[in-house]
Design a protein around this ligand. Structure first.
Ligand code: MCA
Ligand code: AMP
Length: 504
């Protein structure tokens, strides 16, 4: 019996020239060495008692070995559960408690934290310099001979996505979800073994892992694997690349650098943007500077990619393009499943083989968002025009997207409201030149002695242990009361208007 995703990856690599990585730390890891490492890591996981369906939670720095660990999980039938490296111990405790992983893999310097979270017997370590107990054991292990069979409906990964209630939800993604979407993207974006992808995204989210890596694994192409985004490193590597994927911040940072010119990218086949809205102005400025049009696409953790502008055809600035083949989109009136006429704003629903299997151990949440007819309610406000181009015009969910990372205000508000001296708070996203949106906390003091001590610095420092740095407010404003409508609901739009020029 086959392992749906792993077999497709092996077949995909056979199209290539035997190399998955070029340049940097990966130059000596060819396909053979990469797959062999994943087979030895798989043996270590089995030795640790990982059974098919068990979760393997991973919070490690980006590296080729970290990607091999993803493949190792797929080979053993385990469910890969990657975690943002910025998450604090307190955030990790929630994920570990919710997902009960069989094994947790952390950077070696977080060993003590790992022992507190899961105990020593279920802990392995891995760093970006090929060190850690997982690498030590993998080096000493025989490679796993028999890949564990997995069907399309079996889970391959759980990725946590924050929720409007402040409680993160684990999106369960099957082998078929990942494979069908990656195959569609290879074909729509015309990826082939001659492509070299400049990969500067993190690999703990859908964009850098499933969109970027699965596509390259399947098409037989190669990647320039950079540890993170640095304008200098990207400019240096561009001449060896044919394609790049990024969040809008990557493109605004490149445009801010005079070395980024028409000549420096004339050999590039494709620039792709997603995870957050690409301003139409950025799209136009990019074209004016380089002569190339960024291809914008739209997706979610729960669905992988849903729509994309075309490679051949009109890439329309400000839109996220057309539904991908096999994916259906409709825009409905809130709380209904009745599609609205072209051009009208409503809630975007999507259906297709890419749509996830539900939220981990949250059947009610799953029922609310994944309808019986198979459509998933994205919570994004959109229009579909006469030509079927989708435009995301806003969000019905209270969500901030900063530099491509999602931040749910509720998570911050719950923590800020608990601080001594605080009556209540409201957290909003306001325009930011680098991150697109930035987090601002608006706080009402309660008049107590503790309130007299409260200032922006100590609000932020009180959150430091509990929230990843990227979620922490970039600014804290104090007000005597929050604006409310007649129903008593906080009018966040008014706060956003008042604070709109905080960073520009
Ligand atoms: C870093 N900081 C941030 C962010 N990143 N603050 C808010 N938002 C962020 N995204 C903090 C740092 O901790 C630091 O704090 C300060 O801001 C400045 O950091 P800087 O060095 O400028 O940041 P960086 O390390 O260069 O990172 C910026 C980045 C990074 C390259 C844009 O955030 C990034 O790689 N974003 C990509 C996210 C992504 O992959 N999203 C895909 C999700 P201080 O100096 O105060 O300590 S998947 C998804 O959304 C769906 C499925 C989809 O459609 O793709
Ligand atoms: P996540 O839950 O982290 O996967 O983020 C998914 C959300 O990112 C979507 O629901 C959208 O709100 C947003 N998003 C992703 N791509 C785009 C895009 N190209 N334009 C606007 N919003 C986007």
């Amino acid at each position: 019996m086959s392992n749906v995703l792993f077999d497709a990856i092996v077949a995909g690599r056979e199209h290539g020239n035997g190399e998955l990585f070029i340049g940097g730390a990966g130059a000596d890891t060819d396909d053979q060495a990469f797959l062999d490492l994943s087979a030895r890591m798989a043996a270590v996981l089995l030795d640790r008692g990982v059974d098919p369906g068990d979760r393997v939670a991973v919070q490690v720095s980006k590296s080729i070995e970290a990607l091999a660990l993803y493949i190792a999980c797929i080979r053993t039938g385990a469910v890969f559960l990657p975690l943002n490296t910025a998450y604090t111990e307190s955030e990790l405790r929630y994920f570990i408690g919710d997902a009960s992983p069989r094994v947790l893999v952390l950077d070696p310097q977080k060993r003590d934290m790992g022992e507190r979270l899961i105990g020593p017997s279920q802990l392995l370590t891995l760093d970006a310099g090929r060190g850690g107990s997982l690498m030590d054991r993998a080096s000493a292990s025989e490679a796993l001979l028999d890949t564990v069979p997995r069907e399309g409906s079996d889970l391959a990964a759980i990725l946590y996505t924050s929720g409007t209630t402040g409680r993160s939800k684990g999106a369960m993604l099957t082998h078929s979800n990942l494979l069908s979407n990656a195959r569609t993207l290879v074909s729509c974006w015309q990826f082939s073994s001659s492509d070299v992808l400049l990969h500067a995204l993190p690999i703990f989210h859908t964009h850098g892992l499933f969109v970027a890596c699965n596509v390259m694994l399947l098409c037989g192409g190669r990647m320039i694997f950079q540890p993170g985004f640095s304008t200098d490193a990207v400019l240096e590597a561009l001449p060896s690349a044919t394609t790049m994927m990024g969040v809008p911040t990557f493109y605004t940072r490149l445009l801010a650098d005079k070395r980024f010119t028409r000549d420096s990218v004339s050999h590039m086949r494709l620039f792709i943007s997603g995870s957050a809205p690409l301003l139409a102005d950025t799209h136009r400025e990019f074209e004016a500077r380089t002569g190339q049009r960024i291809l914008e696409r739209y997706g979610m953790t729960e669905t992988n990619m849903n729509t994309s502008n075309p490679v051949d055809g009109d890439r329309i600035a400000g839109t996220v393009g057309l539904a991908l083949p096999g994916v259906e989109v409709r825009v409905c009136k809130p709380e209904t499943t009745t599609p609205l006429p072209a051009g009208e704003v409503g809630i975007l629903h999507v259906r297709g083989p890419n749509v996830f299997a539900g939220y981990w151990q949250m059947p009610e949440k799953t029922r609310e968002e994944l309808l019986e007819d198979g459509f998933f309610i994205t919570g994004d406000l959109a229009t579909i025009d006469e030509r079927q181009y989708v435009t995301i015009v806003g969000r019905s969910k209270d969500l901030i997207i900063s530099g491509g990372y999602n931040i749910y205000p509720k998570e911050l508000e719950l923590l800020i409201d608990e601080l001594p001296g605080v009556t209540e708070s409201a957290v909003v996203g306001v325009p930011h030149p680098d991150f697109g949106e930035a987090v601002v906390a608006v706080v009402v003091r309660d008049g107590s002695a503790a309130a007299d001590e409260l200032n922006a610095e100590n609000v932020i420092s009180a959150l430091a242990d509990r929230l990843a740095r990227f979620k922490q407010p970039k600014k804290v404003e104090f007000v005597s009361e929050l604006p409310r409508n007649t129903m008593g609901k906080v009018q966040k739009n008014l706060l956003r208007d008042t604070l709109s020029d905080s960073f520009v």
